[in-house]
Design a binder for this molecule. Structure first.
Ligand code: ZN
Length: 330
């Protein structure tokens, strides 16, 4: 692009010396080639000088240049990455590792662990004695677990949460995350809320999301994300997770609204889609950034129509995943 500054190659005819006619033709050819070579060289030098001027000042100069080529989302997702890491997702980089058969996807969540907690368990309905056991959530005692709600037509919240959680796992793994589900239809009931929290803690999860849908009267619509209140008591101490959990929740709420088109709940949260609670064992006992999301109201016909749609559930999972990427990438 700097070629405009290099001198144009002289016309061949203009270089012919009228005083030496005996090798005019030969000299024309030689001079022509000779004239072109320096011109080309000058152009190369200018190009190199221009390119060099950008990197001589600071070795890190190419880094912001490469970052500027990324979308804002990508840039935000990997603030500390080096240029080589930034380009690791380029087509040329990906084709250089064709032999890595089951290798996890590389992406903004590479190296991150996310625990996904499918709320309730469809088996809880048959194990009410077990799930009614009282457990210690630090600030109080509560039931080990609950059955969750259903739509009026009988679609269970527990089936909804597991389906969204599996979709969420797939979406997160595609971004490079290690994903742990607290359960996946591999146990007759539970786990207890204490164990759900412990799984996230022991995984040292970078983020934890508990997936739910609400069960309140018809006409109450929309989603909300539940953030941990600052509590301290017994094994509960949320002082270190209140801040990051709010950021996680805000990211999820914003992305969930965007991907699903759903509005924040119209019955709590003052239209923010965010609610703070101090009575949930799964939050109180967490040492890792954690939120719950109530994706909609199963008892409202319009919300239920969405919650029972696989396509909508995919959008819901994608919104949650995007929120996690935004949180962990920022
Ligand atoms: Zn629930």
């Amino acid at each position: 692009m700097r070629n405009d500054d290099s001198p144009p190659p002289p016309e061949s005819g203009s270089s012919v010396n009228p005083d030496r006619p005996w090798f005019t033709r030969r000299s024309t050819l030689v001079v022509g080639v000779a004239a072109l070579a320096p011109a080309a060289l000058a152009g190369w030098v200018l190009t190199q000088a221009f390119a060099g001027s950008g990197s001589d000042g600071a070795p890190s100069a190419p880094q912001p240049a490469s970052h500027s080529a990324l979308s804002p989302g990508q840039r935000d997702a990997k603030p500390g990455s080096t240029p080589s890491e930034s380009t690791s997702t380029s087509p040329s980089a990906s084709t250089s590792t064709p032999a890595a058969a089951p290798a996890p996807a590389k992406g903004p969540l590479t190296g991150k662990t996310v625990v996904v907690d499918p709320g309730h368990n469809v088996g809880n309905f048959q194990h009410t004695d077990e799930i009614d056991q009282q457990v210690d959530i630090g600030t109080a005692r509560k039931e080990c677990d609950t059955t969750g709600t259903t739509t009026n037509a009988g679609y269970k919240e527990a089936d909804f949460t597991l389906d969204v959680s599996r979709r969420l796992r797939t979406a997160l793994e595609a971004q490079g995350a290690k994903v742990v589900l607290t359960h996946q239809a591999d146990r007759p009931w539970g786990p207890c809320i204490t164990e759900r929290a412990r799984i996230g803690n022991e995984a040292k999860a970078d983020a934890v999301v508990s997936v739910h849908a609400d069960g309140v009267s018809a006409g109450n619509r929309g989603f909300h994300v539940i953030l941990p209140a600052k509590v301290k008591g017994g094994a509960a101490d949320t002082s270190k997770i209140v801040g990051p959990s709010r950021e996680l929740g805000e990211r999820i709420a914003g992305n969930f609204a965007r991907t699903t088109g759903s509005a924040p709940a119209n019955y709590l949260g003052s239209g923010t889609g965010l609610v703070v609670r101090d009575d949930l064992g799964g939050l109180n006992l967490s040492t890792q950034p954690k939120v719950f999301i109530e994706c909609g109201n199963m008892r409202d016909a319009k919300d239920a129509a969405q919650l029972t749609s696989p396509e909508w559930r995919q959008k819901a999972a994608q919104g949650i995943a995007d929120g996690i990427v935004g949180f962990l990438g920022g």
